[in-house]
Design a protein around this ligand. Structure first.
Ligand code: ATP
Ligand code: MG
Length: 449
């Protein structure tokens, strides 16, 4: 009790306990916490349980940002949590989590989880580790201290008590946040072996928060990167989309490459980042997506993949043309080849293929600006995505700016103006031939079909 009081006043850590920081040492006020998270922690506390906001929300508030979502950690078991909240349900196989709803909002509530993997000879069917140290199942309840030790980075292991407005830390996360250092808790190599996805998370958080990866945390990644091949494809895809659709994709992909993590997930990055023209296109595509997301708009995984694979597809198309395939088959085969090759590294869902292919194949249809064809394109469900793609191409010099501007005007124009804008069929052909002579390498797919 006395120790607790001293802790509270000084914000100091004792030999065994957490360091407890009062409000003036961290600045996170109760009012900043989402009302649904407060409802959860207040209810749990009233029933005598420990209840903290944890993870990304505390980190983001500490750094002056706005949390994306809220997680709560408690010593109540999933069943006990379930009983306290009428609108809640237990989910998850790897570890049981309780989802508590308030209106449309959702809070993830987890029971403190135990930390270190069991020794190999210890028998416990709740935790299974493979021969190389990867955690396969991890369903053991533990103390808050253990829960903190099993989290990935120090800045992700901060616990906020809304009632007392205290931050509890076991691993120096607040100091690391101030220093902008991303530091793995425990032995980094062992933690990556347990769960290789932590390597991708390192790249993602470093990019998103503009943090520096601590040398000891960074060092083992180069050697262990290949372990990502063992992660189930769907989890890998989810994690990559978090990185690409975080609003910080541009820095994220550079970070991936710098750490050598891209080989298994986005193998096209080498070719994209080493060629100035492609790099420009990638920059425009990622920058545009980042801006959209930061302005609160949505961005689609399909659009992102269409951008990342655009040059791969074009390269295949060029080969198919050289083989003498008819234009239409050349395009369709090229699209399939590019998608299948990527799928071997990062299995993205097949339901995205349709939209990716439409974005790509509409690029050549934009070239047709005579007769009835442009009008037919106006009602195409993917026009807007394909037009965004065309604008990125134009911005990076991969398509003509005049063409992109024309389509911008054509979509906004009234009937009479549209009719006036149409190019005579003949002149389209002449223009196209001229363009082809000037820039043979810049021909867009299916051009001339
Ligand atoms: P954000 O939601 O902003 O992407 P986050 O830190 O909240 O970031 P989540 O994936 O929502 O990330 O996970 C919540 C918390 O769970 C993390 O802060 C971390 O403490 C812990 N965590 C998540 N994934 C792992 C992992 N693979 N290994 C160890 N701890 C993890
Ligand atoms: Mg989160």
């Amino acid at each position: 009790m006395i120790r607790r009081l001293i802790n509270k006043v000084l914000g100091k850590k004792t030999a065994t306990g957490p360091r407890i920081l009062p409000l003036d040492k961290h600045g996170i006020r109760r009012e900043q916490i989402h009302s649904c998270a407060l409802k959860v922690t207040d209810t749990l506390a009233r029933e005598g349980y420990a209840a903290f906001v944890v993870g990304g929300a505390v980190r983001d508030l500490l750094l002056g940002g706005t949390p994306k979502d809220y997680d709560v950690a408690t010593n109540a078991t999933p069943d006990e949590i379930r009983r306290l909240f009428r609108r809640s349900r237990v989910i998850g196989r790897r570890f049981q989590i309780v989802h508590v709803y308030c209106g449309p909002d959702l809070i993830e509530v987890t029971t403190f989880r135990a930390a270190t993997p069991l020794a190999e000879d210890e028998e416990d069917d709740a935790r299974v580790t493979s021969a190389d140290g990867m955690l396969l199942r991890d369903n053991v309840f533990g103390s808050q201290e253990e829960d903190a030790a099993r989290r990935d980075f120090t800045i992700n292991a901060l616990y906020y008590d809304p009632e007392k407005q205290e931050v509890w830390e076991w691993h120096g996360g607040v100091a690391d946040a101030r220093k902008k250092v991303l530091r793995m808790i425990g032995d980094p190599a062992q933690r990556y072996r347990e769960d290789p996805v932590r390597m991708l998370r390192a790249a993602r958080f470093a990019a998103k928060l503009e943090f520096h990866i601590d040398p000891a945390t960074r060092a083992p990644i180069a050697e262990l990167a290949a372990m990502l091949a063992r992660i189930p494809p769907s989890r890998l895809f989810d994690e990559m989309m978090k990185l690409l659709l975080s609003g910080h994709a541009e820095r994220g992909v550079k970070q991936l490459r710098a750490e050598g993590l891209h080989h298994g997930v986005l193998p096209m990055l080498d070719a994209l980042l080493d060629d100035p023209a492609r790099q420009k296109f990638l920059h425009c595509a990622l920058h545009d997506t980042d801006l959209r997301i930061r302005q609160g708009h949505s961005a689609s995984p399909a659009f992102m993949l269409a951008s990342l694979l655009w040059f791969d597809m074009r390269e295949e198309l060029r080969k198919n043309r050289t083989r003498g395939l008819p234009e239409q088959s050349a395009l369709f085969e090229a699209m399939d080849t590019a998608l299948e090759r990527q799928r071997r590294a990062l299995a993205f869902p097949r339901r995205l293929d349709g939209m990716i292919k439409e974005i790509w194949s509409l690029q050549s249809r934009f070239e047709q600006r005579a007769g009835a064809r442009p009008f037919r394109l106006l009602s195409h469900p993917r026009l807007s995505a394909a037009y965004d793609f065309l604008m990125i191409r134009a911005e990076s010099g991969d398509a003509s700016q005049e063409l992109a501007d024309w389509w911008g005007r054509f979509q906004d124009a009234g009937e009479a103006e549209r009719a006036e804008m149409l190019l005579p069929a003949q002149s389209t052909d002449t223009q196209r031939r001229r363009r082809k002579r000037r820039k043979p390498s810049n021909a867009s797919p299916a051009e001339g079909d």
